[in-house]
Ligand binder design. Structure first.
Ligand SMILES: [Zn+2]
Ligand SMILES: [Zn+2]
Length: 194
């Protein structure tokens, strides 16, 4: 794979600026891929890598740019936990690793480079030079990932009995009396009809 510097440049172009979050995302992606035996995520291994990101901030864009995973290809999954964390799965071996930015990593920049006045520069320098173990918690995990979550054509399609909207890939809820509802109708959603 390319170097951290090259990847960071590339991410900066895609994301609009180079920032500490991009750098964390680059390092997280390189580490995650390495630990599950993915050498060429955007090329030869592109059909084997699935990534879950847990935040919708800078880091998530970098993970997408470095690994090539995309929401629209179902290779990128988003769970809104508000954490600077991501899980990398090799779908051919089922190996998965979850990587979380350590709280302590936030202080590294101030501790190591107090002489650098600009906060962004300080962070970029510290995140570039720190060891993986200083930046991240790394854990082997098993993820819930089945046929209905996989890339490729939709596996099923049903219609919600209440809102009459179509639902793909088994995301419906089977309610009492065999009634099929979409999640927002059954459980409440993020919007309310006016
Ligand atoms: Zn950013
Ligand atoms: Zn519905």
């Amino acid at each position: 794979m390319q170097s951290v510097e090259e990847l960071l440049e590339e991410c900066g172009r895609a994301h609009g600026h180079i920032c500490a979050g991009q750098l964390l995302g680059v390092r997280m992606s390189l580490l995650g891929c390495r630990l599950i035996g993915i050498d060429d995520p955007r090329g030869a291994d592109r059909k084997r890598l699935i990534v879950w990101v847990e935040i919708d901030r800078c880091m998530a864009d970098a993970v997408g740019a470095v690994t090539g995973v995309r929401l629209g290809k179902r290779s990128l999954k988003f769970f809104d936990y508000g954490k600077v964390a991501a899980t990398f799965l090799n779908s051919s071996t089922d190996e998965a690793v979850r990587i979380v930015a350590l709280e302590e990593s936030r202080e590294l920049a101030d501790e190591r480079y107090p002489s650098i006045k600009d906060k962004r520069e300080r962070q970029l320098r510290a995140y570039r030079e720190a060891l993986d173990e200083e930046l991240f918690k790394i854990e082997r995990v098993r993820v819930e990932y089945g046929e209905m979550d996989a890339p490729g054509r939709p596996r099923s399609r049903v219609i919600c009995a209440r809102c009459v909207e179509g639902i793909n890939d088994g995301r419906e809820v089977l309610c009492k009396g065999g009634v099929v509802l979409c999640r927002p109708c059954a459980l409440g959603g993020y919007y309310e009809r006016l």
